[in-house]
Design a protein around this ligand. Sequence first.
Ligand SMILES: Cc1cc2nc3c(=O)[nH]c(=O)nc-3n(C[C@H](O)[C@H](O)[C@H](O)COP(=O)(O)O)c2cc1C
Length: 183
Amino acid sequence: MKYFVSIGGASGSIYGIRLLQELNKAGHEVHLVISEAAKKIINHETRYTYNAIKKKAAVVYDNDDLYADPASGSFPLDGMIVIPCSMKTLSAIANGYGDSLTSRAASCCLKEGRKLVLVVRETPLDVPGIRNMLAAKESGAIILPAMPAFYHQPKNIEELVDFIVGKVFDQLGIQHSLFKRWK
Ligand SMILES: Cc1cc2nc3c(=O)[nH]c(=O)nc-3n(C[C@H](O)[C@H](O)[C@H](O)COP(=O)(O)O)c2cc1C
């Protein structure tokens, strides 16, 4: 399957990195964009470098490249995931403001009826953020907040992160063993 992963400039870049690694491991073709804000946050929050992350993707784009393939609905994709998704990019997607490759490609997914998963992260939430989540949901996006659970009794941060990555896989219909399910 072919997925477009956008790592955005919210806290929690590790969610995007782990998703990319797991999609790659499962044999999927991943097209990747990392926003300028995310590049800085990756350096601040993780031990990964941009160059190391890029190696797990089949194709890498710049977020200001509106001539890139995913900027057109005619480019076939099985789904797109913005992970983590900032409130700014949520706002752009919710309002159809395609000024970056991420927001334009997300609009294309919505207009073509393709899966679009937004792993939003902010707390507490303000009114525009809540309204934008509703608007994006009403347009067909899946709002999947970076909000890990504890019922699988995580032993470390990796298991908390993988819970969210597993929930994204669930939405994409991909089997996984990233967390222990409730029985
Ligand atoms: C260290 C750091 C953490 C941030 N965390 C968040 C966050 O969790 N959620 C959010 O909406 N914005 C966060 N921001 C602000 C975004 O990076 C900023 O709004 C940026 O313009 C988002 O752009 P992008 O979505 O194109 O990456 C953070 C900024 C910094 C510097």
